[in-house]
Design a protein around this ligand. Structure first.
Ligand code: NAD
Ligand code: DAU
Length: 358
């Protein structure tokens, strides 16, 4: 197994944290520099429980990807074998209420990171094995009707400021491959769930509200469909893409677990009912409230993951229902983490977003 130094951006967020922790275990010769601005979504406490690291395989740098001065300093001090780019503003509802930071981080930030990477790659003789891995989303493809799947050649048709900004960043990455031959790869992934997900997203929000017997806000008719993937399966796919993926290619990553939102919420209710042994059957489902829909709400996402399965031999290893139960366990057993991330800023967000929907 070869030694690698990775620059991971956004490595203190949900998927980034899981990726860093997974790589430290699964690839003992890899080292990580974790660059993160620690917005509301990033949390350094995610690494507090890790064993002391005498080899300094995980180092944290606090800063923003748009800061070209900081990038210049970082790229002068370190030679990277790969950039694994997670850093982004990631929540659709926030992009509707305040789109500007999405353009700044997702578009401008990605551009600055590409520039710094290109400069270093050229100065190191255009190393053949260098990789710029850009982590993107299936939302760039827009919405599906009740039939069909997103493939790597589905035309881009983003609906929200979030997905439009991610589409913009994908186009920049493609341009840096075509124009400058920077060895870049893009992955477009479906909805992730698992430990360390900030409780503004559907699954952790519902888990915490269920724990506290608060109402469960379901947008619209609850029949929008998402294709769920356990975050560790996503991390495995990304390692595979880093090791075997071909520069210039896009790989779609999906869980093959399409569920209507209301099905996911009902399942969580039933899980809580059986755990809490609530005497009345289906007691938790009474907490469900159908609230005003998200503007521009995409109806259905579903990934055709046959390319990554065929070419790189990846497919998800976790079953949706079992992984969901493990995720509930994680939140129930990590209330200290939950309290830490539910800052005053979090409460303000809940008031603004859900206040508007009542
Ligand atoms: P997240 O919001 O949990 O984490 C984002 C991280 O980026 C945070 O740690 C935050 O502090 C950091 N960050 C934000 N702005 C920054 C900046 N300007 N400079 C440096 N760091 C900054 O997001 P996530 O859910 O972990 O998603 C990670 C990536 O994966 C994103 O690019 C997202 O578009 C993509 N993605 C997410 C999902 C999903 O279901 N969560 C699915 C497909 C793709
Ligand atoms: O598809 C990949 C995308 O998945 C990622 O690119 C995004 O970063 C990630 O946030 C996620 O986007 P979604 O908008 O699909 O995820 P979210 O958890 O916000 O919502 C999932 C579905 O649940 C969606 O149809 C909206 C609905 N929903 C969401 C919330 C927060 C509700 O019904 N109620 C809610 O309170």
């Amino acid at each position: 197994m070869s030694t690698k130094t990775l620059l991971v951006t956004g490595g203190a967020g949900f998927i980034g944290t899981n990726f860093v922790r997974h790589v430290l275990t699964e690839r003992p010769t890899w080292c990580i520099i974790n660059l993160d601005a620690l917005t509301y979504a990033g949390n350094l406490a995610n690494f507090q429980d890790l064993a002391p690291d005498p080899a300094a395989r995980h180092q944290f740098v606090h800063g923003a990807i748009q800061d070209s001065g900081l990038l210049e300093q970082l790229f002068t001090e370190e030679s990277f074998d790969a950039i694994v780019h997670f850093a982004a503003e990631s929540h659709v509802d926030r992009s509707i209420l305040g789109p500007e930071s999405f353009v700044e981080t997702n578009v401008v930030g990605t551009f600055r990171l590409l520039e710094a990477s290109l400069k270093q790659w050229r100065s190191r003789g255009k190393l053949e094995n260098f990789r710029f891995l850009h982590i993107s989303t299936d939302e760039v493809y827009g919405s599906l009707g009740s039939e069909g799947y997103f493939t790597e050649s589905t035309p881009y048709d983003p609906s929200s400021p979030y997905s439009a900004s991610k589409a913009g960043s994908d186009h920049l990455v493609k341009a840096y491959f075509r124009t400058f031959a920077l060895p870049a790869i893009i992955t477009n992934c479906s909805n992730n769930f698992g430990p360390y997900q900030f409780p503004e997203k559907l699954i952790p929000l519902m888990i915490l509200n269920l724990m506290e017997e608060k109402s469960l806000p379901v947008y619209g008719d609850g029949k929008n469909v998402r294709d769920w993937l356990y975050v560790i399966d996503h991390c495995d796919a990304l390692i595979r893409v880093l090791e075997q993926g071909k520069p210039g290619e896009t790989y779609n990553i999906g869980g093959g677990a399409e569920r209507q939102n209301i099905e996911v919420v009902n399942l969580l209710c039933d899980l809580f009912d059986s755990r809490l042994d609530r005497s009345t059957k289906k007691a938790s489902r009474r907490l469900i409230r159908f609230v005003t829909d998200r503007p521009g709400h995409d109806r259905r996402y579903a990934i055709d993951a046959s390319k990554i399965r065929r070419e790189l031999g990846w497919s998800p290893a976790h079953n949706f229902e079992e992984a969901l139960e493990a995720t509930v366990d994680w939140y129930v057993n990590n209330m200290d983490w939950v309290e830490l991330v539910r800052s005053g800023e979090y409460r303000k967000w809940i008031e603004i977003n859900y206040g508007e929907r009542e």
